[in-house]
Ligand binder design. Structure first.
Ligand SMILES: Cc1ncc(COP(=O)(O)O)c(C=O)c1O
Length: 387
């Protein structure tokens, strides 16, 4: 059987590699697992009770509209309207089987083999993997010292083959939150060059601020350029329900729904009911959870800065702290493996997020409490003291 070359060339998910490090992790120390951005924090009890009750209804076993249940889309439109302080309509929203699916659908609708998509590095590995599997070239954009992408560099990278620019804010892996003015510049560049601007805001709830993350939805012509992606996985700890969404023009959504219809027919019905319950009832729960995560990330970043271990905090936010490790002669994969095997710390290597990231490590704090963070810092200190 012949395998498509582009798919064969794509790397296995870095999470698989890290699974191997986990199997070989130091046995004499409790493992501190800061590798995954998938929350193990339990979803709200009310949500679990609600799902147990609605699961009794046979309707949950049926397909829904491809674009998603209308009440959920209306709820999403209301949430976007509130969060971005400007009206967004339900006709501009599609529910997807997770934010990853939304990205894949958008890219399939936009690109042909041989096209290019500008992706600031470090970048979310699933974006890179998907583009490559489609024979679309990710064009890397180096970050500035603050881990922010540079619109001028993006402009210089545009070629006749460019179809889109992808931003992830707050960023995975760096946690960097892109300022609204920077996002505006990218929008204007994309609009002026006839490109799509795809913004993945999976971590938007975990920003320090609660004002709108950007003002793109206030532009009357936003949907000619912007494709906005969101996930229920992180904010409501319901990754396994597989619900995300895409806000875009009805014309673009129509194209993506042709693909979604073939791939999954519709997002999980019960997952959609869960997401709707979240929007209708879990604002307070979400606020509390978001504070827990933000406190952990801020605490971890502060403790690591104060400890001066040689592992320097380059940026932090969302679920993440991005560290520069002190071992100039070692790749980030070697350092990551050694942290797991010798020190019981499981994290991701910078090189998993694109080129020129070998000096970095990504630590995710969705699943570790403050005492575990203290222990992590102690281990890094011991490592630094041992030279
Ligand atoms: C930036 C980003 N987008 C999308 C996802 C996946 O979201 P979903 O579970 O909704 O597919 C992740 C998960 O880690 C992510 O970090």
């Amino acid at each position: 059987m012949r395998i498509r070359e582009a798919v064969h060339r794509v790397i296995d998910s870095p999470i698989t590699q890290v699974g191997r490090w986990k199997s070989n992790a130091a046995r004499d120390l409790p493992l501190i697992d800061v590798s995954q951005a998938a929350p193990t924090y339990p979803p709200a009890q009310e949500l679990r009770d609600h799902i147990a009750a609605v699961a009794q209804s046979p309707v949950t076993a049926t397909y829904t509209d491809q674009q998603g249940n209308l009440p959920l889309r209306e709820g999403l439109a209301r949430a976007l309207t509130a969060d971005y302080d400007t009206p967004v309509a339900a006709s501009q929203v599609a529910v997807t089987a997770g934010c990853n699916q939304a990205f894949c659908l958008a890219m399939m609708a936009l690109t042909e083999p041989g096209d290019e998509v500008i992706v600031p590095v470090p970048s979310y590995f699933n974006h890179d993997m998907w583009l490559r599997s489609q024979d679309v070239a990710p064009v890397d954009l180096k970050p500035d010292a603050g881990m922010l992408p540079d619109p001028a560099a993006a402009e210089a990278a545009v070629t006749p083959a460019t179809r889109a620019i992808v931003l992830v804010t707050p960023n995975n892996p760096t946690g960097a939150v892109y300022p609204p003015a920077l996002i505006d510049s990218f929008f204007e560049l994309a609009r002026d060059r006839g490109l799509a601007l795809v913004i993945d805001e999976t971590y938007r709830e975990f920003r320090e601020r609660s004002d709108p993350p950007h003002h793109l939805f206030t532009r009357p012509d936003w949907s000619d350029t912007l494709i906005h992606l969101y996930s229920f996985s992180k904010a409501y700890c319901m990754a396994g329900y597989r619900i995300g969404c895409m806000a875009a023009s009805p014309a673009l959504l129509r194209e993506t729904l042709k693909i979604a219809d073939c791939v999954a027919l519709c997002p999980s019905h019960i997952g959609q009911l869960a997401a709707q319950f979240c929007l209708d009832h879990l604002d307070d729960w979400k606020r509390k959870y978001r504070r827990t995560v933000r406190d952990r990330v801020a605490y971890a970043a502060r403790r690591m800065r104060d400890a001066k271990t040689g592992f320097d905090v380059v940026s932090s936010g969302g679920y993440f702290v991005y560290l520069r490790h002190p071992f100039t002669d070692h790749s980030s994969v070697d350092v990551g493996r050694s942290l797991a095997e010798d020190h019981g710390i499981l994290c991701l290597a910078g090189s998993m997020f694109g080129p020129c990231q070998d000096r970095y490590l990504r630590l995710a704090f969705a699943n570790v409490d403050l005492p575990a963070i203290d222990e992590l810092v102690e281990r890094l200190k011991r490592l630094a003291a041992a030279g």
